[in-house]
Design a protein around this ligand. Structure first.
Ligand code: TYD
Length: 199
């Protein structure tokens, strides 16, 4: 089995760029959520469209989970079974942070829904790209999707949720400072990964 690594972070932390660079560094399959499959990408468009009739919070949680079920069964598990490492830009922790804490649906119920969606597949490692909300908001700029438009209140809850999850499970989570240039952050992540691999 390959290793399954999820990269997490609030919006504007540079997490997507870093996830891609990490996949290159490891020679891993790179994928993302919501998305990663044709159906998942269609769900992504539906959920993130700022002009659509947005889903209610419970529907948002279920759509994220549906895209994830498709992604796990058709992309992640086959790659792991073939011995490839997989780096996913976001995974279950995103739903716990955004829908569970951010939307206030509750961490436990969102985790339960996702256990069903994923058949219980957990990442071997979660890399959290951490950056203060004002800095991340600057990086985001004005081109925001529907969830990014929910505002800094949601982002602040998401940041707190990630911190809590990382503190509660230090063996599985690595927290990396997301400030500085792309290369600086990528170097920090590479060093943290090397250290994790040598544990
Ligand atoms: P993201 O992947 O960060 O996209 P980009 O880097 O292209 O902006 O954003 C997807 C959005 O979806 C982000 O606001 C977080 C949100 N999201 C959830 O709310 N729950 C989830 O389970 C996932 C996977 C994403």
């Amino acid at each position: 089995m390959g290793r399954f690594i999820a990269v997490e972070g609030a919006d504007g932390t540079g997490k997507s760029t870093q996830a891609r660079l990490l996949a290159e560094y490891l020679g891993a399959v790179f994928t993302r959520e919501p998305g990663g499959t044709p159906l998942g990408e269609r769900i992504r468009d539906l959920v993130l469209d700022p002009d659509g009739d947005g889903p209610v919070d419970r529907a948002e949680a279920l759509l994220m989970a549906a895209a994830r079920a498709q992604h796990v069964e058709l992309v992640v598990l086959p790659a792991l079974a073939a011995g490839r490492d997989v780096v996913s830009d976001r995974y279950v922790a995103s739903s716990v942070a955004y829908q569970g804490y951010g939307r206030g649906l509750g961490a436990d119920v969102v985790a339960d829904v996702n256990r069903f969606a994923t058949g219980g597949l957990q990442p071997d490692l979660v890399v959290l790209v951490a950056l203060d909300v004002p800095l991340a908001a600057d990086r985001l700029g004005d081109e925001r999707d529907r969830i990014e438009r929910s505002g800094d209140g949601l982002q602040a809850k998401v940041v707190e949720a990630y911190k809590e999850m990382a503190t509660a499970d230090p063996d599985r989570w690595i927290v990396v400072d997301g400030s500085g240039t792309i290369d600086e952050v990528a170097d920090r992540i590479a060093r943290a990964i090397d250290e994790w691999l040598s544990r």
